[in-house]
Design a protein around this ligand. Sequence first.
Ligand SMILES: NC(=O)c1ccc[n+]([C@@H]2O[C@H](COP(=O)([O-])OP(=O)(O)OC[C@H]3O[C@@H](n4cnc5c(N)ncnc54)[C@H](O)[C@@H]3O)[C@@H](O)[C@H]2O)c1
Length: 250
Amino acid sequence: MELKNQVIIVTGGASGIGLHACQQLAAKGARLIVADFNIEGAEKAATDLVKAGTQAHAFKVDVAKAESVETMVDFAVEKFGTLNGIFNNAGIGLVKPFLDMEPASYHRVIDVDQHSVYYGMYYAARKMVALGAKGTFVNTASIYGSMASVGSFNYNAAKAAVIMMTRSGALELAQHGIRVVAVAPGFINTPILGNDAAMKDALGKQHLHGKLIEPEKVASVVAFLFTDAASAITGSTIPVEDGFQVFKNS
Ligand SMILES: NC(=O)c1ccc[n+]([C@@H]2O[C@H](COP(=O)([O-])OP(=O)(O)OC[C@H]3O[C@@H](n4cnc5c(N)ncnc54)[C@H](O)[C@@H]3O)[C@@H](O)[C@H]2O)c1
């Protein structure tokens, strides 16, 4: 129970990495806000957590909108009286060749995958400093935040920004007792990858165990990063990539 009574917001908590993070943070004793645009999924996750003995509430958030993220942070404090961290994890992919990357597709991914992380860090930090609460922010970056990939100009840019916002935020928030860290997953077996089995198989083979990584493997690193056992880690981005390699087959 290393996180006993800690209050943590998880965005993208209805599915994939976020859903597994909720379960693993709950197992360590945290109280949770399961936040997602998919409110039915968030409510189901929160109900399951409550049945298992965790204090949890669902919240409908659009992480691309500053006011929605601010309301989510207020909701957490209203429900639990304090806040000890946020997992800025909600995200989307939108793969397009660069020559078709018109401003709407570019901005959509920057809004959801990049600006969301700033909003989460900003509103959570201001609230925690005002309350005198200490804790941890964990952001979901990607291997594609430091490695270019075809069709991912928008996603590459957003995730690279997440890595630097993690470092820059850590620098300024350390004095307030807030650590900021990120995880950089390889390819994870979640709905974001779609349903193309052949494509998923090929992506899986680029990892050293030859298959996609299961979301609980990322969640366990995330849960560890929230604990005091990780107190010497801040500003860093931790790869969870199973030795991902770009293979050239032709
Ligand atoms: N799956 C992978 O291979 C992989 C690899 C590297 C990084 N990531 C990152 O991991 C994070 C989680 O993705 P996942 O793989 O668990 O996918 P997922 O699709 O299972 O989960 C993403 C969740 O984010 C929510 N979401 C999307 N847009 C939102 C918005 N505007 N407001 C609120 N919620 C929103 C979705 O409803 C969904 O529940 C994302 O940031 C993604 O970029 C995933």
